[in-house]
Design a protein around this ligand. Structure first.
Ligand code: BTN
Length: 261
C-alpha cells in the first residue's frame, strides 16, 4: 500500500479524524520549511508533510537534524485559537514519548522537548510560529523520530548518542509510527486547549528524574549551573541558581546532570 494511504488508514483505524491535507515526499530539504510555505499560502490546520529523507533537516537552536531514510520526518500545521500555545512543544514531546511506548520503547523527556531512550536521543520537536495582529496565526510542529538507524548513515559523533524505535523489537513502519504520533498529538492538542494543566502533568510524569539535581543549562549564549526545581503552568522551567534564587527559563537547553567535581 502507498505510504500516504497506509497512514490515512492507520489513522482511521484509530478513530482519528482525517488530516486536512497530506503530502509525503521522497526527499525534501525540510518538512518544516514546506509546512511554513503551506501556512503562508493559507493551508488549513492539520495539514501534514512527511518525507522519506531530508537533505537539510533542522533541529532546535540552529542545529542540523541528520535525516537519512528510515526515520520519521513529520511536520504538522496548526492554527491554534487557544491561549496556551506555549505548551504545544511539550505536548508534542509527550505524544512522541507515548508513541515510543506503543512500540516497546520506554522514553523520557528532557526539557524542553527532547525524547530520550536509555539516555540517547530518540526524537526531537521543532516548533516554529508566526504571529499577526490577532495573535498566533500558525504553528509548525516538526517531529523527527529515529525509527530504523543505519550507523553508516550517521555522522561518527552521533553514533553512540542516538536511539531508534526498532530497539523495541517490533520493526514498525514509518507510516505506523506517523499514525501513532499524530493520534497522540491530536489528543494532547485538545488537552492544551481544554485542560492545559494536564499537559504539564503528563510532561512531568515522563520527565527525567532530575528534579533537585545539580545541572548545567544553556540559556542564550550563557551556560549556568543550577538545580532543577519545577515546570510551571506555562511550561517554563524553574531553576535555582547557586545564590539560591529561583529563575524562570522559557527558552534554553538542559545540558545534563553535573556529577561531583
Ligand atoms: C531537535 O531536537 O533539535 C528537534 C529536531 C526536529 C526534527 C524534525 S524532523 C521533521 C521536521 N523537519 C525539520 O527540518 N526538522 C523537524
Amino acid at each position: 500500500m502507498p505510504r500516504g494511504r497506509a497512514l490515512a488508514s492507520a489513522l482511521a483505524a484509530r478513530g482519528v479524524p482525517p488530516l486536512a491535507g497530506l503530502e509525503w515526499h521522497d526527499s525534501l530539504v525540510s518538512t518544516s520549511d514546506r509546512v511554513k510555505a503551506l501556512a503562508r499560502d493559507g493551508a488549513p490546520a492539520w495539514t501534514a508533510v512527511l518525507a522519506d529523507e531530508q537533505t537539510g533537516g533542522r533541529g532546535r537552536e540552529g542545529r542540523r537534524w541528520t535525516s537519512p531514510p528510515g526515520g520519521l520526518y513529520l511536520s504538522v500545521l496548526l492554527r491554534p485559537a487557544f491561549v496556551a500555545v506555549g505548551l504545544l512543544p511539550l505536548a508534542a514531546g509527550v505524544a512522541a514519548a507515548e508513541a515510543a511506548g506503543e512500540f516497546g520503547v520506554r522514553a523520557e523527556l528532557k526539557w524542553p522537548n527532547d525524547v530520550l531512550a536509555g539516555g540517547r536521543k530518540l526524537a526531537g520537536v521543532l516548533a516554529e510560529a508566526a504571529s499577526g495582529p490577532r495573535g498566533v496565526e500558525w504553528v509548525s510542529l516538526g517531529i523527527g523520530v529515529n525509527v530504523r538507524l543505519s550507523a553508516a548513515a550517521l555522522p561518527a559523533e552521533l553514533r553512540g548518542s542516538v536511539a531508534a524505535l526498532e530497539e523495541g523489537g517490533r520493526s514498525p513502519t514509518v507510516a505506523s509510527v506517523a499514525a501513532t504520533v499524530l493520534a497522540q498529538l491530536g489528543l494532547w492538542y485538545d488537552a492544551v486547549s481544554s485542560d492545559p494543566a494536564s499537559v504539564v502533568a503528563a510532561w512531568r510524569a515522563r520527565a527525567l528524574p532530575w528534579w533537585g539535581e545539580p545541572i548545567e543549562i544553556r540559556i542564550g549564549g550563557e551556560t549556568l549551573r543550577a538545580r532543577l526545581r519545577a515546570l510551571d503552568a506555562d511550561g517554563a522551567l524553574v531553576i535555582e541558581t547557586p545564590d539560591g534564587r529561583a529563575r524562570r527559563v522559557v527558552s534554553g537547553e538542559v545540558l545534563g546532570v553535573r556529577r561531583a567535581g
